[in-house]
Design a protein around this ligand. Structure first.
Ligand code: ADP
Ligand code: MG
Length: 476
């Protein structure tokens, strides 16, 4: 008992030091198992939390323990079934970074206490729905399944997560609009709907509208046809929060852009929150009117990326937990290594694996995982190393011989590195094999090149576009 209250004191202090999300994700589910002058043993529910605490927070823990009178030279983290676990899927805060709605009202972004301000923004809107002949046919469109609680936070999505969270706490005041962009299946829809759900949880009366741009366009076309544009306009212009998903589909739709421009202005002027998602930044959406483009840039734009390896592992493990399955770490890592670009695909592969095993009463293991994934990965089979190198050369409009040769000019070196990266990502060749394909003896250059491109593609959107263009052509 005493040990318990001691640990609560330590956690209380840590809570003041790290972000709310990190606290809930990494520290809350831990407990003090044992300590003496030599060793402190901390129990955690799973390997991901263990790794994260070891890598990032060991010093902080040691210092905080010392402040509370426990000094020992070493700390170990032990996976312990006694550690608080999440029991229900909705209680998944163990691996994610979001307080529950109740906790949320006390926590505000930046650590200030501002709950008064939180409440005041929303729901002041008295015209919701009422008296609008078309409104019954508009869906609010938010799926309750998408919450902050079941969104796993990590490198790649943490900034987007923090922005959505902070918007949900004080809609309309901070980042308005929030423009979130990034590739397919990386969690954009999940996050922006989670923001909507969080606002609704605080204020069920708020008029939170979520709409995919395709549906938005369709409704607008219908409104034009049935001469109901006034209804359409008043419905959307009186939202408390408007979430428009996949706005890239507005490209080329002039009338819709004009309508959206006015909607945008009306909402923005009234301090109503606008969230927009897209697969590319505003400047790359073709035929987007300049005035909309500039408005999209008024608030905050975030380049969201596929979560890194560790986070993908955590996603797989958490999703497996919701099916009451504890996967072996090598299976988790196998999935996270082999599906690197799309969380939807990652989920799909996991579901396939779990279904396969459940039907046959098997425990999922590496060989089953690799046979299932291998079977669905038929694409790379009919692709040769030569095709990849050729395609890369053609993309950069240089002769293939240059990639295979020794020239050191930058416009040759980068394509060469990209070709090596593609050999790795598409054909899963070993580094010595990659070196050989490029006519080189030493495989360290291949290793260096692959790592370099992998790292740079995390921060360089242009590079990511190049990679996906080459891939698209390869599989076309
Ligand atoms: P996008 O809109 O970027 O194409 P989605 O939001 O539809 O992607 O995400 C695809 C799927 O992956 C959804 O089922 C979503 O719940 C899941 N997903 C993506 N990122 C995460 C995450 N960080 N944690 C949990 N689930 C995620
Ligand atoms: Mg989406």
């Amino acid at each position: 008992m005493q040990q318990d209250s001691l640990w609560q004191a330590v956690l209380g202090e840590i809570e003041l030091t790290v972000s709310r999300g990190n606290f809930i994700t990494w520290f809350k589910p831990s407990l003090l198992l044992e300590y003496d002058d030599e060793l402190i043993t901390i129990g955690v529910p799973n390997v991901f939390i263990k790794q994260q605490l070891e890598r990032k927070y060991a010093d902080l823990l040691r210092e905080t323990l010392a402040k509370n009178g426990i000094m020992a030279p070493s700390i170990i983290f032990k996976i312990s079934s006694a550690a608080p676990k999440s029991k229900r899927p909705s209680d998944e805060s163990v691996l994610v970074g979001m307080p529950t709605p109740n906790q949320q009202s006390v926590v505000t972004a930046g650590g200030q206490s501002g709950s008064g301000q939180n409440q005041q923004q929303m729901g002041g809107n008295t015209n919701s729905n009422g008296g609008n002949s078309l409104s019954h046919s508009y869906r609010q469109g938010i799926n309750e399944r998408y919450t902050f609680d079941n969104f796993i936070v990590g490198a790649g999505n943490e900034l987007a997560f923090a922005a959505c969270q902070s918007i949900a706490q004080m809609p309309g005041t901070k980042y308005n609009p929030l423009f979130l962009y990034g590739g397919v299946g990386i969690g954009k829809t999940h996050l922006i709907q989670a923001a909507g759900n969080a606002v609704l949880a605080q204020n069920p009366k708020a008029k939170v509208l979520y709409i995919s741009t395709e549906q938005f366009v369709q409704e607008f076309v219908d409104a034009l046809r049935f001469r109901k544009t006034a209804d359409f306009a008043s419905y959307y212009r009186t939202a408390d929060m408007l979430i428009v998903d996949d706005v890239q589909f507005i490209a080329g739709k002039e009338k819709m852009q004009e309508e959206f421009f006015h909607t945008f202005n009306a909402l923005h002027q009234a301090n109503r929150q606008i969230i927009i998602s897209s697969d590319k930044p505003p400047k790359e959406i073709p035929t987007l009117e300049e005035r909309l483009r500039s408005r999209f840039a008024w608030g905050m734009s975030i380049d969201m990326q596929i979560p890194d390896f560790e986070t993908r592992c955590a996603i797989v493990q958490t999703k497996a937990h919701t099916h009451q399955v504890e996967l072996a770490p090598d299976v988790v890592e196998y999935l996270a290594t082999n599906i690197q670009t799309n969380i939807r695909e990652l989920e799909g592969a996991l579901n396939q694996l779990l279904a396969f095993c459940e039907m046959r009463n098997l425990v999922p293991d590496l060989s089953i995982a690799s046979s299932i994934l291998g079977a669905s990965k038929s694409r790379p089979k009919h692709l040769s190393a030569k095709q990849i190198i050729e395609r890369t050369a053609r993309h950069f409009q240089i002769p293939m011989e240059d990639i295979l040769g020794d020239k050191r000019d930058k416009d040759i070196v980068v394509p060469r590195q990209i070709a090596m990266y593609m050999l790795r990502s598409e054909l899963h060749l070993s580094f010595p094999k990659i070196a050989k394909e490029l006519g080189r003896k030493d495989h360290t250059t291949a290793m260096h090149s692959v790592n370099k491109i992998e790292k740079e593609s995390r921060i360089d959107a242009e590079l990511r576009t190049i990679l996906s263009e080459i891939k698209e052509r390869l599989y076309a």
